[in-house]
Design a binder for this molecule. Structure first.
Ligand code: F6P
Length: 319
C-alpha cells in the first residue's frame, strides 16, 4: 500500500480534525502518501482529492468541524454513484481509505471494501450510537457542551423557580441526554430507548417542589419528540411555569475535549497501521480503554444498548 485516502462523512463531530491529523502523520511516518478527500462520498465521486503534508494538518488538533468538510451524499447510495467513486479511486491510485463518520458512512465503507478497495472506519459522531466502541469521537465534547448549558440554565431556573425543558441532539439515540443528564443533575431524562410516562415526570416535579427544590431541568433527546410539546404538556398538567431551550448545532461545534483528541489520535493512527498491513473492511474503536478492531459487518446497522443502570442511577440521584 503506497497511497491512501481519508474522508469525513455525515454530521461533523469535534475531534474529526485530530483524527485526520493522526491519519496523515502516522501515514507519512509509515512511508505512505495520504490524500484528503473533500466533502465525504460526494467528493469521492467528484474526484475532489488533495495530497496532505505534515504541515497541512498543523494547527487543527484543537479545532471542531472538519478541514476536509463533510456531506451526506445521495448519489453515493446509487450503483452509478458508487461506480463513479470507484473509477476516481482507481484513477488517483488510492489503495485504501480511512472513513471517519457514523453508521451511514460505514455502509459506504463496506460498499467500497466489497468492491475491492480496503476501508477502515473510525467512529466519528456526537451521538455515540456505534457498536464496537465505548465512545465515538465528538461524544465527550458534545456532552460537556450540554453540561455547560445546564450550569447556565440552572442559575436562571432557580432564580425564577421554573421548569426548564432542554432538548438535545440524538435523532435515534439518547446517549447525549443520558450522559449529560447524569453529569448535570437533570430531574428527568427522556430518551427514545426507554419508555416514559409524562404523568410520572409530572409527579416527580410536584414532589420535588414540595421538598423545596426550586428548579428542575428535564433533558429530552430530540428522538423523543419536540421539547416544546413536552413543556406545554407539563405546564397543562402541573400549572408550573416552563421554558424551553433547544441546544441544536452548538453541540456539534467547539474545541474538542482532551478525551476526544486522545481518542481521535489513537484511532486515526491505528486505522492507518491496519491499512498499511493490508487490512480493510474493519472498524476501529475503544473498549475498556484498549483499541478494538471489528469487522465492519459486525458494526453496521447494529445498535449500542443504553446502560440502563445509568438511567436508574440518574433517577435515584435527582431526588
Ligand atoms: O448524527 C449527528 C446529529 O447531530 C444528530 O444528533 C442530529 O439529529 C443530526 O445529526 C442533525 O443533522 P443535520 O446537521 O443534518 O441537521
Amino acid at each position: 500500500m503506497k497511497r491512501i485516502g481519508v474522508l469525513t462523512s455525515g454530521g461533523d463531530a469535534p475531534g474529526m480534525n485530530a483524527a485526520i491529523r493522526a491519519v496523515v502523520r502516522r501515514g507519512l511516518s509509515l512511508g505512505l502518501e495520504v490524500y484528503g478527500i473533500r466533502r465525504g462520498f460526494a467528493g469521492l465521486i467528484a474526484g475532489d482529492f488533495v495530497p496532505l503534508s505534515v504541515r497541512d494538518v498543523g494547527d487543527i488538533i484543537h479545532r471542531g468541524g472538519t478541514i476536509l468538510r463533510t456531506a451526506r451524499s445521495e448519489r453515493f447510495m446509487t450503483p452509478e454513484g458508487q461506480q463513479e467513486a470507484l473509477e476516481q479511486i482507481r484513477a488517483a491510485g488510492l489503495s485504501g481509505l480511512v472513513v471517519i463518520g457514523g453508521d451511514g458512512s460505514f455502509r459506504g465503507a463496506k460498499v467500497l471494501t466489497d468492491a475491492g478497495v480496503p476501508c477502515v472506519g473510525i467512529p466519528g459522531t456526537i451521538d455515540n450510537d456505534i457498536a464496537g466502541t465505548d465512545a465515538t469521537i465528538g461524544f465527550d465534547t458534545a456532552v460537556n457542551t450540554v453540561v455547560q448549558a445546564m450550569n447556565a440554565i440552572r442559575d436562571t431556573a432557580t432564580s425564577h423557580e421554573r421548569i426548564f425543558v432542554l432538548e438535545v441532539m440524538g435523532r435515534h439515540s439518547g446517549w447525549i441526554a443520558l450522559a449529560a443528564g447524569l453529569a448535570g443533575g437533570a430531574e428527568s431524562i427522556l430518551i427514545p430507548e426507554v419508555p416514559f410516562s409524562l404523568d410520572e415526570v409530572c409527579k416527580r416535579l410536584r414532589e420535588s417542589r414540595e421538598k423545596g427544590k426550586r428548579h428542575s431541568i428535564i433533558l429530552v433527546a430530540e428522538g423523543v419528540g419536540s421539547g416544546f410539546a413536552i413543556a406545554e404538556a407539563i405546564k397543562e398538567r402541573t400549572g408550573f411555569e416552563t421554558r424551553v431551550t433547544v441546544l441544536g448545532h452548538i453541540q456539534r461545534g467547539g474545541p474538542p475535549t482532551a478525551q476526544d483528541r486522545i481518542l481521535a489520535s489513537r484511532l486515526g493512527a491505528k486505522a492507518v497501521e491496519l491499512l498499511a498491513e493490508g487490512r480493510g473492511g474493519v472498524v476501529v474503536g475503544i473498549i475498556n480503554g484498549e483499541i478494538a478492531v471489528h469487522p465492519i459487518d459486525e458494526v453496521v446497522g447494529k445498535t449500542k444498548p443504553i446502560p440502563t443502570e445509568l438511567v436508574s442511577l440518574a433517577e435515584v440521584l435527582a431526588i
